[in-house]
Ligand binder design. Structure first.
Ligand code: CA
Length: 382
């Protein structure tokens, strides 16, 4: 089997109502998808993660100009070999950011091909299913005005609860005082329910404010505190980890085993959150998960991409061992973004759904998706 062609699809869809997270306003949805076709008629799909503020064309150019020439004519089952070749080839201008997202998308598509070729789901190729279902958590609580939105956010919490979610992640990072007010409003709206909350500031603060916020919201018994400071400040993560009781999470903006090594060796994380679309794909995720396990760090993948990335993330979640085993160990949970996103709901034939507050993990070959090409054409920008 040989790789015959690689096509990159850049998608964009303007949002009716722009929303903010702490780093900026998101005005459109975008995605960098790629399909790899083989000489025996298999098509594998992958996605290079496009952060809310990241132009999807950057990863697309990396795939087209830097990776594709290395891949044409190669055996797509050589996932590990090709990963190292692509990483070595791009080392001097890559290692992180959009170039690693490009490698991630390629690797994802290669595993999809391997699964279809062997008629096995990717989770099986990764070693099997530790779980058949995963509990989703609602990611939401984005801002429409920026500050002073306590009442609307408390309403949103009630809405998620009524929609059956028992885990929710609140976006913070809009000023410590505003953040604390928001948390009080949400906690009070959810009083008497069994809902558990996490928070995510998207590295909004320096150490001082991050600690002040952490101390002020510790009473809410949070499942984790995500990206409290910038990813460059691993000492800051470690300091917060030592001073706060709640678990400290991060890693969506980190890449490869080389990047995660520095977090683990600095004892900077309780929960590592690699994103399959930017950490380096399944091949890199395997390296990262093994290293996290050896350091006693939990792994809970991040996912904010389209239906392709979601399907891939579910396969990884199936095959993810629990780091600290006991009969009632913490299981990984699925990030389930509740904001409007046609690339999640329309792009594949069977988008993920929740049944009794659980998401079933596909057992179909590869990633288990059928991509709707009409949707690609509808939102294509290249
Ligand atoms: Ca996040």
């Amino acid at each position: 089997m040989k790789i015959q062609n690689i096509r990159v699809h850049v998608l964009e869809c303007p949002l009716e109502t722009p929303f903010a997270f702490s780093q900026g306003w998101v005005k459109s949805r975008s995605a960098t998808l790629l399909e790899i076709t083989t000489d025996n008629g298999i098509t594998g799909w992958g996605e290079a993660f496009s952060q809310g503020l990241e132009p999807p064309q950057i990863a697309a150019a990396a795939i087209e100009f830097a990776l594709k020439p290395e891949l044409l004519g190669r055996n797509p089952l050589d996932t590990e070999v090709l990963w190292h070749e692509l990483y070595n080839k791009t080392r001097d201008f890559g290692r992180t950011g959009s170039v690693m997202s490009a490698i991630s998308g390629v690797d994802m598509a290669l595993w999809d091909i391997a699964g279809q070729f062997l008629q096995q789901p990717v989770a099986q190729l990764l070693g099997g299913y530790f779980r058949s279902h995963v509990q989703p958590y609602a990611t939401g609580f984005y801002r429409i005005d920026g500050q002073g939105e306590c009442d609307r956010l408390a309403e949103e919490a009630i809405q998620h609860r009524e929609n059956g979610f028992s885990l929710m992640k609140v976006k913070l990072g809009f000023g410590v005082d505003d953040d604390v007010e928001v948390m009080h409003a949400i906690a009070s709206a959810l009083q008497g329910t069994e809902v558990r909350l996490m928070v995510d500031t998207n590295h909004a603060y320096g150490r001082h404010d991050a600690l002040a916020l952490g101390e002020a919201i510790e009473e809410f018994d949070l499942l984790w505190y995500e990206e409290p400071v910038v990813p460059e400040d691993k000492g800051g993560y470690r300091e917060l980890k030592e001073k706060l009781v709640m678990p400290i999470a991060g890693g969506e903006n980190e890449h490869s085993a080389y990047g995660f090594r520095d977090w683990f060796s600095n004892n900077a994380l309780d929960i590592a959150q690699p994103d399959l679309g930017s950490c380096g794909g399944f091949s890199a995720a395997r390296h990262i998960v093994a290293m996290a396990q050896a350091h006693g760090v939990r792994v809970n993948p991040h996912v904010w991409g389209s239906a392709v990335a979601q399907a891939a993330s579910l396969q990884l979640l199936a095959a993810l061992p629990v780091t600290n085993h006991n009969l009632f160990a913490n299981q990984p949970v699925l990030e389930f973004d509740t904001s409007s996103h046609p690339f999640r709901t329309e792009l594949v034939e069977h988008p993920i759904t929740r049944d009794n507050n659980l998401v079933k993990i596909s057992t179909k070959p590869g990633l288990g998706i059928n991509v709707n090409r009409d949707v690609i054409e509808k939102f294509r920008v290249n």
